[in-house]
Design a protein around this ligand. Sequence first.
Ligand code: ADP
Length: 167
Amino acid sequence: MLWFTGLSGSGKSTIANVVVKRLRKLGIDVEHLDGDTMRSIFPNTGFTREARQEHIKRVGFLAAMLEEHGVVVVATFVSPYRAGRALVRKLCRNFIEIYVSTPLEECERRDVKGLYRKARRKEIKNFTGISDPYEPPRKPELAIDTTGMTVGESVDLVMKHIVSVRP
Ligand code: ADP
């Protein structure tokens, strides 16, 4: 289970997409669970602490079930609360927490989806990093600050880690 956590725009999906492709090329069975996709499947999911906890619990269970069947799961969720991530860690056999630690200033400068702009104008509520907290992992298996790094370099760090802990 490769669990990517970090602020919106930190680089989780971009890195994960390439990691998924590389693993598939190696013939590995991979499923990518992504925050936006999961929210479109469970459309009534809100952004309060409780709603986020429920959401992470749901997708965490799904992910653990897939992992149980030998699928490598690549999950990309902001997952801002330690409690939520700790729950998923408990459910999984081999949980690798990848903290994409790109600082807020850089994520906001990228503003890939224009959400930071909206959050600053108070057009969106409970926006992580602006009007909602993010609790950074204390002991992630891997942390990557993508500032000034190419996507390829970030992907290589993940691949190197996977190889180093391969069971
Ligand atoms: P998230 O999934 O965390 O919300 P995205 O992957 O959607 O973030 O967006 C990250 C943005 O940062 C993309 O536009 C991507 O091209 C850019 N970026 C720049 N450098 C990197 C890097 N080294 N790794 C990942 N993304 C990067």
